[in-house]
Design a protein around this ligand. Structure first.
Ligand SMILES: C[S@@+](CC[C@H](N)C(=O)[O-])C[C@H]1O[C@@H](n2cnc3c(N)ncnc32)[C@H](O)[C@@H]1O
Length: 249
């Protein structure tokens, strides 16, 4: 990856990584109150299956006796709760958006869990080197201001033999389905998302950030370049979503 300009999310009007990160943090802060409702509504509840599949793929690591597990960019904590359902160990959550973490805290408390939440940037995680068995991130990685730094940071915090899972939107392969999906994500999603959240820019950003995000093969190559040993990926729902898993060396 070296030599090429740093790749990361590019929100409208944001010049540079710091501005991009700030735009993302403020945007999630504005939609936090309606995030869960919109998430399930706009994905027709399929997002639950995507997270469940991610947990299933990580199952052997989640059952390690002293497993240390992190839901990175945890938002309101849906992946954290799914991971917790499979592991007997408390699952950490981290995110840099305070209102999203408050949503996670409410859901964790309602289930009487003890998951520690950390307010932190994914590009500078407050976890020691090689300390985590699992790092899982659902729909957060695409928003990072620098993907290479994000991968290197995950790799740093991961134990040898641990796994990093990146669940992220992608582009459907089939041309007809891709055209339908484009109509849905470019037209319907900003309209419905904008109406319910009151923030149309957030739901215009979503399809645009997906369009600019590296394809599955490219992301897998980036993960290898960042030092992951074995990297596997699978597509779900006709390629709407890709799940990458990279193993720490
Ligand atoms: C689309 S939400 C996904 C939330 C949750 N993982 C889920 O599956 O519903 C993306 C989350 O990533 C967080 N995020 C984006 N960039 C981040 C960064 N650099 N550091 C920490 N959190 C970040 C946002 O604050 C937001 O809560």
């Amino acid at each position: 990856m070296s030599g090429a300009p740093a790749r990361g999310t590019t929100p409208p009007g944001a010049a540079g990584e710091q501005e991009a990160a700030r735009w993302v943090r403020l945007m999630f802060g504005r939609v936090a109150g309606r995030y869960d409702l919109l998430n399930h509504l706009l994905s027709f509840q399929i997002d639950r299956y995507w997270r469940a599949r991610t947990v299933r793929r990580l199952r052997p690591l989640l059952h390690r006796p002293e497993a240390r597990i992190l839901d990175l960019c945890c938002g309101t904590g849906d992946l954290l709760l799914a991971l917790d359902g499979e592991s007997s160990r408390p699952v950490f959550g981290s995110d840099f958006c305070h209102p999203m973490l408050l949503g996670a805290r409410r859901k964790i408390a309602a289930r009487h869990l003890v998951s520690p939440l950390v307010e932190a940037d994914a590009l500078a995680l407050p976890f020691p080197d090689h300390s985590l068995d699992v790092i899982a991130v659902a729909f957060g990685f695409r928003n990072l201001a620098n993907y290479e730094k994000g991968l290197i940071e995950m790799r740093r915090a991961l134990k040898p033999g641990g796994a990093a899972a990146i669940l992220e939107f992608s582009q459907p392969r089939n041309r007809l389905f891709a055209a339908l999906y484009r109509f849905y994500s470019n037209r319907l999603l900003p309209a419905v998302g904008g109406l319910i959240s009151g923030d149309r820019s957030a739901y215009r950003y979503l399809p645009e950030s997906v369009r600019r995000f590296p394809g599955p093969a490219e992301l897998a190559a980036d993960m290898r370049a960042a030092g992951f040993g074995r990297v596997e990926y699978e597509l779900m729902t006709g390629g709407v979503v890709a799940l990458h898993i990279g193993y720490g060396l």
